[in-house]
Design a binder for this molecule. Structure first.
Ligand code: NAD
Ligand code: WQD
Length: 337
């Protein structure tokens, strides 16, 4: 089976390419490299010993995207491509709506034209908004609090309508919790541009000396130590979740929805401690005011993925931090170091 991986040079996409190739799938990768670089794909080739076509292509460019389908027999698409920074999406919402929505509409149109009806879509726990209870199940009410989150929910709804109109489609919405960690080779990992917005890359850059001090956003939440609780999941476990989805759900008509999380919640201070254990030195941090939009607790009920996909996350928080630190230590300036 030949899978088109959109956004395949990015953080989650590149790790998924490794697991797809290791599982025996063929892949074609497309990415405009807006938030990534081709070195991640060189690492994929080195780790797997396999080659694959790469198209430096923007999904907003209909003809260039269609060319991929003309030149390759594609059986299914894993759709990672998109802009993903919550704060930035509030500053430039139109860019986010245009890129994520228009890009996806182009892709879906081309897929229908070429009779490709298998799609796995990167959704997010952000579509649960501010849940009333945790752990979060797939049938919880949906809402969003940022333009980024709205693009995810809108695309979910578009995909439901696409299936409603043509039930040849097999669509899987994977709602990721908080992906962290890196490939254990230390050759692939998250490489954010500029100052990181997310917790793990920020901690890692403090540990390696690129940043001075972590601000812990709020210690007065109704959680055991007052800091926010999240479901951090190793990016390799997440990648394997995509392979299991393709194994089990390809060509099964419907709209399938799964949470991909560990089911465990860790507080910001617990993550700082786990990272200190991994890197063997203290992380300089200070308590800062709450960050607008943060919710106290967010973690998954991942039972459905276990029962229906045969998937569970296997790597614990110590392993996530260990692999994250190896990547950061070996590549202090990311891929362009
Ligand atoms: P990433 O930025 O590393 O990867 C996304 C890739 O898409 C990048 O390589 C980028 O260059 C590419 N891209 C963006 N717009 C494009 C376009 N118009 N045409 C072609 N390529 C384009 O992000 P990631 O963390 O790997 O996330 C992958 C997907 O998972 C995204 O859709 C994101 O919204 C979703 N997601 C991420 C997280 C997270 O915390 N990392 C959580 C939930 C969901
Ligand atoms: C985690 C915790 C912060 C940075 C985001 C998106 C979500 C999904 C995953 C895409 C929070 C705290 C953070 C810092 C801190 N992405 N923190 N100091 O906000 O849970 O989720 O990424 O779909 O949609 O919203 O992740 O890593 O930003 O924050 O104290 O410098 O760490 O307050 O409690 P978040 P995060």
């Amino acid at each position: 089976m030949n899978i088109l991986v959109t956004g395949g040079a990015g953080y989650i996409g590149s790790h998924t390419c490794v697991e797809l190739l290791n599982a025996g799938y063929d892949i074609v990768v497309m990415d405009n490299l807006y938030n990534s670089c081709e070195k991640s794909l060189e690492a994929v080739k080195k780790i797997t010993g396999k080659d694959f076509p790469f198209y430096k292509c923007d999904m907003l460019d209909y003809e260039a995207t269609e060319k991929i389908f003309k030149e390759n027999k594609i059986d299914g698409v894993i759709h990672f491509a998109g802009l993903k920074a919550v704060g930035e999406s509030c500053r430039i919402p139109l860019t986010y709506y245009h890129n994520n929505i228009t890009g996806t509409l182009n892709l879906l149109d081309i897929m229908e034209k070429y009779n490709v009806f298998n799609m796995v879509f990167s959704s997010s726990a952000t579509v649960y908004g501010s849940p009333k209870t945790v752990p979060i199940k797939e049938d919880f009410p949906l809402s969003t609090a940022s333009p980024y989150g709205s693009t995810k929910l809108m695309i979910e709804n578009i995909l439901r309508d696409v299936y409603g109109a043509n039930n040849k489609w097999s669509i899987t919405l994977l709602r990721y919790f908080n992906p962290i960690g890196a490939h254990e080779s230390g050759t692939m990992g998250e490489d954010p541009k500029g100052i990181p917005n997310n917790l793990l890359p920020y901690i890692a850059q403090v540990a390696v000396g690129r940043l001075e001090c972590l601000s812990v956003f709020g210690n007065d939440y109704p959680t055991p130590d007052g800091t926010c609780v999240r479901d951090y999941i190793h990016v390799v476990d997440l990648a394997i979740g995509h392979v299991k989805t393709v194994d089990k759900k390809s060509n099964e008509p419907g709209v399938h929805i799964y949470n991909l999380g560990t089911g465990n919640g860790y507080s910001v201070l617990e993550v700082v401690k786990a990272f200190e254990d991994a890197c063997g030195k203290p992380i300089n941090f200070k308590i800062a005011p709450r960050r607008a939009g943060d919710i106290p607790e967010c973690y998954a009920d991942a039972t459905k993925a276990k029962e229906e996909l045969g998937w569970t996350a296997e790597r614990d928080i110590a392993k996530m931090c260990e692999d994250n630190w190896r990547w950061q230590k070996l590549n202090p300036n990311g891929y362009n170091g």
